[in-house]
Ligand binder design. Sequence first.
Ligand SMILES: NC(=O)c1ccc[n+]([C@@H]2O[C@H](COP(=O)([O-])OP(=O)(O)OC[C@H]3O[C@@H](n4cnc5c(N)ncnc54)[C@H](O)[C@@H]3O)[C@@H](O)[C@H]2O)c1
Length: 392
Amino acid sequence: MRLGVVGHGGRISGMIKGPFRQADSDLRVVAVVDPDEEGARSRLAEEDRDDAVFYPSLDEMVRRGNLDALAIGTRCNLHTPYAIEAAAYDIPLFLEKPVAINMEQAIALEDAFEGSACPVVVSFPLRVSPLCTITREYLADGAVGTPEHILATNYVPYGTVYWDHEYRNYDITQGLFLQKATHDLDYICYLMDSPIVRVGAMHTRGRIFGGSKPAGLRCSACDDTETCLESPESRKRNSSGGVQSDHWCLFGEDCGSPETGMNEDSSSALIEFESGVHGVYTQVFYARRDAGTRGATISGYQGTLRFDWYTNELHRVRHHRPFSDTIKAGGGASHFGGDTELARDFVAVIRGKGASRTPIRTGLESVYACLAARASAETGAFVDVRQVGAVS
Ligand SMILES: NC(=O)c1ccc[n+]([C@@H]2O[C@H](COP(=O)([O-])OP(=O)(O)OC[C@H]3O[C@@H](n4cnc5c(N)ncnc54)[C@H](O)[C@@H]3O)[C@@H](O)[C@H]2O)c1
């Protein structure tokens, strides 16, 4: 199975060497488009390292590479332009999220895939994770009656990555609704079986991370590492997570500002579904250690379901019978088992043996909801969510 990769960075190389290879041991990376050939080659599996051919463009890679499948693993801002190119071919595509970072990109992407025969697996591990799919099965079996409300939370215990890694670059991420909530709003719609039509959102920025330290400052050149809670020494001493090697300052002016754009310390969205019910989603990026939690509570007149990917448990309460129960999933898999499921879907699509559970439509629906959330947080007004298929 001959895979061509655009942007062979940390995330996609990890997916290929782990879940993709587990799903199909015949899979080989035979072609790459990446301006950093040395770095990209170093991330290839040993068996691919010598043979993979680097191409200057996606077009040339497809014309000359004799490919069975494509994967786009660049940073966020390049997902759309490369996916638009890929839409012209019938080759199955694995596409990293978010599928777009602004409205222009999202509409152009939707246009490109209208009538395209290119099957897409969008990289949404939460939707396909076993805990999420069993929750959906419970809902389909009537565990809560009709779902009337959802409360979803995401206390990210590794949130410093959005400040001390490249993710701090707002021009590329366009904020953490698009970067992070794209996963959550996607699985929320899946569970509620309804698209989001209206959002009212708020964000808090520049109160914890960001600041006035000089641009480009790294811990190795800083005088405050004894007292700074984010220095490698402190993180080690306090077991507070995050990279424990030299890194960019989380309090630097190059983290951006509320005026120029920056990632948020926390953000929340009040969401209305097409079905007429509503829900809430909150994400917090300074949480640490055991404060980490990600999951949802879905309720209806008949009952309540509550699950958390960190504890890997689903709790079911019957409102009108004296029984409650908890089921526990096996742990240990990356993205709560979702990455394995995505890989199996991708291989099935390539082999013509199955369909994607995260087609391009899911990526677009989520991006439209995230863009509405960001617009609402910026303006203070409720914002209608553009729907896939809407006429411009
Ligand atoms: N689905 C998930 O759960 C999940 C998890 C982590 C990251 N991600 C997403 O993965 C994406 C990549 O993140 P990463 O941490 O792997 O980044 P990365 O910087 O490690 O990888 C990006 C790669 O793209 C290459 N690149 C840069 N410019 C390019 C160009 N013009 N053409 C082709 N390649 C180019 C870089 O050289 C690098 O190899 C991000 O958009 C992120 O949101 C998704």
